[in-house]
Design a protein around this ligand. Structure first.
Ligand code: ADP
Ligand code: ZN
Length: 617
């Protein structure tokens, strides 16, 4: 097929092509998606796909993976089969494509008859560009036979890491993709955001046996995400305040238990935030309804367990809060990665407390995993704790964990407001010594009481007022000591024995400190308690004179989206609204040059937005 016929088939004007002499892919990028340029990495991948090469692309969340298979599917013509793990995700992509004037459809178990008919018709007429199917459908032999009769030109596999047994998103039906690709005999593009070495090897072996795809690996950095950690204090208030200060924005709050998601969601609703809970204990319909409501909203907050996961590809999530400590850096990064997929600034905050740490340790110890696995899990938890307690840039150790090298980022709590650090060797020695001298049999409250010289009944009864460490830390407050104990614990200098009622004991590393062979860096007590991310209102997405217009356009977008039964971002993304508010175009031509305004959307929505812009001039 020549580029011209391909372009014609996809509904892109060939005149424009003759006039600008751009490639068919570039044309589709501009005319259909309305984007002025590629995101980093996209162009190379699109070119490889256009050249019918096999591709494995690992891009960070929000990097723009879907465009990498959608665009070739449109520009090169023919039918592209897309396998994607989540129904909601497929539906959103299909509605976004159709809003941009591209023929697309999805086959899931629940696709209604008339929609099936529409898709069949479009395939027959040769107009269907992208056909999404759920992996479960591939278990059905008749369905596979049906696929083989279709004029499929390429296969795209979204969330390709689901093929790996190594990761936690393993989907057995993905194993059928290797054989399917072989029988279809078409080029395959596989896409994922999470693939360590092991997973990558598994994807290659299972999806591309005897083939050598081009591998594209983009760095893991998400520079638009603000990173912050904050010790817990004052219970749920802290989280409610943080979220309430961001009312009007979409966000996700991750919490450790089902019960907690319900409680936090209630508290948020009482604080005037539209919020709902989501967890695996809800029946499937309720989950579906809530997921959809979230996806269709531009100001809702989802309070969820990790059950709310992979399918969340909503681009305009403006913040992610970890209300409890996640279980590893991998989980942390995946969860906060759901913020800011549109590339605009987004905030993340991780709250952690001593109880979280203790619980996480206990969960590992009490599990029935083999010893070496437990050790590895502790090490993973320690890496996360070190990240939480670091006084330096957070992004440097975070990316280092994934094998990326970077400098201080300027977009984390510690970069913005570098915390002071002190030589904490002396208080560390005091605390560890208090533990040892009292027989490593007591909890935090008692250890602190010894340090502060509290003469209560219990202390006297135990004779702890005669210990050498009794009262040595009087000059520091109760809160200061608790903060430091948590830091010492996070640094692995002491442990908490779950079997002996949470008794604090000194670890091997802690003994080095006691013997004077190791220094300890601590954050000063007050700074540790001040709170780094701050519940203060964030900078609005758009400030100043443009804000009223932006809000007016958001309201219009909400109306149009509700009318069309699609999520607001399908009408226009936040990024596009911001660009419109800044550029204030008054003619369709001027509006067309704004990023995200494609031809079809201009036709559908252009006039309505231009009217509002004119009013605001
Ligand atoms: P992910 O890689 O996480 O799957 P998506 O494909 O969902 O990312 O893309 C994230 C967001 O970026 C979407 O809103 C998409 O419309 C937008 N996007 C993708 N490519 C571009 C581009 N070249 N220019 C502007 N926005 C883009
Ligand atoms: Zn930083």
């Amino acid at each position: 097929m020549t580029p011209a016929t391909a372009a014609a088939e996809s509904g892109v004007s060939t005149q424009a092509e003759a006039a600008t002499d751009a490639s068919p892919a570039d044309l589709v990028l501009r005319e259909v998606f309305g984007f002025t340029g590629y995101r980093p990495g996209q162009q190379e991948i699109v070119s490889a796909m256009m050249a019918r090469e096999d591709v494995l692309a690992i891009m960070p969340t929000g990097g723009g993976k879907s465009l990498c298979y959608q665009l070739p599917g449109i520009a090169a013509g023919g039918l592209t089969l897309v396998v994607s793990p989540l129904v909601a995700l497929m539906e959103d992509q299909v509605s976004a494509l159709r809003a941009a004037g591209v023929e697309a459809g999805a086959f899931t178990a629940g696709t209604p008859e008339d929609e099936r008919e529409r898709i069949f018709g479009a395939i027959e007429a040769g107009g269907l560009r992208l056909l999404y199917v759920a992996p479960e459908r591939l278990a059905n032999e008749r369905f596979c036979a049906f696929l083989q009769r279709l004029p499929i030109r390429r296969l795209a596999v979204d969330e390709a890491h689901c093929i790996s047994q190594w990761g936690h998103d393993f989907r057995p039906d993905y194993l059928r993709l290797g054989p399917l690709a072989a029988t279809l005999g078409v080029p395959v593009g596989a896409f994922t955001a999470t693939a360590d070495e092991e997973t990558r090897r598994e994807i290659l072996a299972r999806l591309f046996p005897e083939r050598r795809p081009r591998v594209f690996l983009r760095g893991f950095d998400r520079p638009n995400l603000f990173l912050a950690f904050e010790p817990k204090q004052g219970g749920d208030r802290q989280i409610v305040d943080f979220v309430a200060a961001r009312r009007g924005q979409c966000g996700i709050v991750y919490a450790a238990t089902r019960n907690r998601t319900e409680k936090l969601a209630d508290a948020l609703v009482r604080a005037g935030v539209p919020a709902q809970a989501y967890h695996a204990g809800l029946d499937p319909e309720t989950r579906e309804v809530r997921q959809r409501a979230f996806s269709r909203s531009d100001d809702m907050v989802m309070v969820a367990t990790v059950a709310f996961g992979m399918g969340v590809d909503k681009p305009d999530v403006r913040f992610v809060v970890e209300a409890d400590l996640p279980k590893s850096i991998e989980s942390y990064y995946q969860e906060i990665g759901r913020a800011g997929r549109d590339g605009l600034a987004a905030e993340t905050a991780c709250f952690y407390g001593l109880d979280d740490i203790r619980l996480a340790r206990a969960r590992i110890d009490e599990g029935d995993a083999p010893e070496d696995r437990k050790r590895a899990d502790h090490a993973r938890l320690n890496a996360l704790l070190a990240l939480a307690e670091t006084p330096g840039c957070r992004r440097v150790p975070l990316l280092a964990y994934f094998g990326d090298v970077s400098g201080p980022c300027g977009n984390c709590d510690n970069c913005r407001r570098p915390p002071q650090t002190i030589d904490g060797t002396e208080p560390a020695q005091m605390a560890l010594s208090a533990m040892v001298r009292s027989g490593e049999r007591f909890g935090m409250g008692h250890v602190v009481a010894i340090l502060r010289g509290v003469e209560d009944e219990r202390i006297r009864r135990l004779g702890h007022d005669r210990l050498k460490t009794f009262g040595v830390g009087q000059k520091w407050s109760d809160g200061a000591w608790k903060g430091w104990l948590r830091q010492l614990f996070a640094q692995g200098l002491c442990g908490i024995d779950g079997e002996r009622h949470g008794a604090w004991y000194v670890t091997e590393a802690g003994w080095e400190v006691l013997k004077g062979g190791r220094e300890v860096v601590l954050r000063p007590a007050e700074a540790a308690r001040k709170g780094a991310s701050g519940a203060k209102a964030p900078k609005p997405v758009l400030a100043g004179d443009d804000a009223p217009l932006f809000e007016a356009m958001r309201a219009l977008r909400r109306e149009l989206a509700a009318e069309a039964g699609v999520p607001p971002y399908v009408v226009f993304s936040d990024r596009t609204l911001i660009a419109l508010a800044e550029a204030r175009p008054t003619t369709p031509e001027a509006m067309a040059s704004v990023d995200g305004v494609g031809r079809v959307k201009l036709q559908k929505f252009g006039e309505a937005f231009l009217e509002i812009i004119r009013v605001h001039r």
